[in-house]
Every structure is written in structure tokens, then in C-alpha cells.
Ligand binder design. Structure first.
Ligand SMILES: C[S@@+](CC[C@H](N)C(=O)[O-])C[C@H]1O[C@@H](n2cnc3c(N)ncnc32)[C@H](O)[C@@H]1O
Length: 269
């Protein structure tokens, strides 16, 4: 019995992607090991896969042989499809009777406009299903050995976008919450947002980290203070996509790394 058969037996049935249906699935942060089994089932059954730029090529390689890939993100200066175009495309594909997988990086409902696509499908009467994915904000922290919550340190964590329609976003209430900040899409506004956080009362020496291309072969991790973060990113030429995390939880990385190193040296001696 293969692992796939064993899974099918355990679950009673692998979910079926029916003709005329759209699955709105999260692809996780990049590493194929972090794809869910349901998203994998979607990849193997879909006739059309509409994907974003942040969906790793190693995952698309898992598509069924007959699947057609359609790119729906931004690429190389070419005008990108609008959100309305993408939603209309999903509706049109489903109406042809195709089995459609809409594959988005991370989780489809976290800073991914999946909610808008689901609303458009619902309004058009298209049957759809939402398959969660591991969001970059959690995967990047775990990859960098930074616990998102740590007993005695924080009992809340804040996910926020550093890029959006509202350039005058008020960061002060988030700073007052005294919870670590996990920021998506912040790299182009890092200087301005770190300054705004300090202005709102967050200490300049608060530990901070950038985790770029988490869980991919290009992964890079930078540790700094809130004050030094933007300059360090510039100096080390760290490119998006990246997650920025600011808070005491960042310190745990050093502790875990040094304890792992001393364990390894004890084992090898
Ligand atoms: C449009 S948002 C999509 C978020 C996605 N839906 C999720 O749940 O992770 C894109 C942002 O996600 C973050 N991101 C996505 N993949 C990443 C990765 N592998 N490493 C670091 N950050 C990533 C970056 O902040 C990037 O700018």
C-alpha cells in the first residue's frame, strides 16, 4: 500500500475536485514539504491551475501531466492582471466545466485577496472550496527558530501589512499592545515604518529579524535592532519576499542556535 493509499483509506476519501468547481488553495511558503495533502490532491486533479508569482516552481512541478498553468501575478514590469480580472477568469474557467485550482502563496485568506476571490465566486454561484495553507508569517519565524508565542514573553502576536492603500496607518495602537509584530510586504517601506514604530514608543533596541525567501534555497535571515534594521537590510542587499518580526521573541533564535551548537559539539566529541 502506498502512502497515498493509506491516507485515502484513513480519510475515507481524497477530496474530489469536481468539474466546474474552484479550489482556492494555499501553497505554503515555498518548501514542497509544507504543502497540505489537500492542496496536493488539487494539484493532481486540476485541469487549470491559476497561480501567483509567489508559488514556488517546485510546487507547480507537482501538477498533473495534463494540467494547464496560468500565471495571474505581477511579472517583470508587464501590466499585471487586476483582482477583478482574476476573479472573472476563475468564474469563466469554472463555467466551461473545468476543474480549477487557484493556488496562492502561503494561506489564501492571509493578505492574499483570497477573500475577494471567494466573494466573487459565491456571487457568481460557482461552487468553491477554501484550502488553508501555512502562512509565511508563521513559516518564516519557525524556519528562523523564532517562536511566534513564548510562555512568559508574549500572549499575543500581531500580523500586519507594511504595504497597502493607507499610507497614514496609525501604528501606535499596535505598539501599545506590547505584542511582537510580524510584518508582511514591508520591505519597500521599512525605513518609514520602523521610524513610525519608534515614534509611537517602541524602543530603538527592540530585537528584530528579517527572514527573506523563507523555506526556499534562497532563504536569508538577518538579525538587528529596530533602529538598525533598515540600514542592515540595505547593506546586506536583502530582497523581498520577506517577513519582518519585531519583538523580544527574536532573542530566542540565538539561544536555540547556541544550545543546538553545544549539543552537536558534545555529540561529535
Ligand atoms: C501578497 S502577500 C501574500 C501572503 C500569503 N498569502 C501568506 O499567507 O503568506 C506577500 C508577502 O508574503 C510574504 N512572503 C510570502 N512568501 C514568503 C517567503 N517564502 N518568505 C518570506 N516572506 C514571504 C512577504 O512579506 C510578501 O511580501
Amino acid at each position: 500500500m502506498t502512502a497515498w493509499d493509506a491516507l485515502a483509506a484513513r480519510r475515507a476519501a481524497i477530496p474530489v475536485l469536481a468539474p466546474g468547481t474552484v479550489w482556492l488553495a494555499g501553497a505554503g511558503p515555498g518548501d514542497p514539504g509544507l504543502l497540505t495533502l489537500d492542496a496536493l490532491a488539487g494539484l493532481s486533479q486540476a485541469e487549470v491551475i491559476v497561480h501567483d508569482a509567489l508559488v514556488d516552481a517546485r510546487l507547480l512541478a507537482l501538477a498533473g501531466e495534463k494540467a494547464r498553468l496560468e500565471f495571474a501575478g505581477k511579472r517583470g514590469g508587464k501590466p499585471s492582471a487586476t483582482q477583478a480580472d482574476i476573479s472573472q477568469r476563475l468564474i469563466a474557467l469554472a463555467r466551461t466545466g473545468a476543474r480549477v485550482l487557484r493556488l496562492k502563496g502561503g494561506d489564501p485568506f492571509v493578505f492574499g485577496r483570497g477573500g475577494e476571490e471567494a466573494a466573487a465566486l459565491a456571487a457568481a454561484g460557482i461552487p468553491f472550496r477554501v484550502i488553508p495553507g501555512i502562512t509565511a508569517g508563521l513559516a518564516a519565524l519557525a524556519a528562523a527558530r523564532i517562536p511566534a508565542t513564548l510562555r512568559g514573553v508574549n500572549r499575543a502576536v500581531i500580523f500586519a501589512a507594511g504595504h497597502g492603500a493607507d499610507e497614514n496607518f496609525d501604528w501606535a495602537p499596535l505598539v501599545r499592545a506590547r505584542a511582537p509584530l510580524v510584518l508582511y510586504m514591508v520591505m519597500h517601506n521599512l525605513e518609514r515604518i520602523t521610524a513610525a514604530l519608534m515614534q509611537a514608543g517602541l524602543a530603538a533596541d527592540t530585537p528584530a529579524a528579517v527572514i527573506a525567501s523563507a523555506t526556499t534555497p534562497q532563504e536569508r535571515i538577518l538579525i538587528a535592532t529596530l533602529q538598525g534594521l533598515a540600514a542592515a537590510v540595505r547593506e546586506q542587499k536583502i530582497d523581498p519576499p520577506a517577513i519582518v518580526v519585531i519583538g523580544e521573541i527574536v532573542k530566542m533564535r540565538e539561544r536555540l542556535l547556541s544550545e543546538t551548537a553545544s549539543l552537536e559539539s558534545r555529540q561529535s566529541s
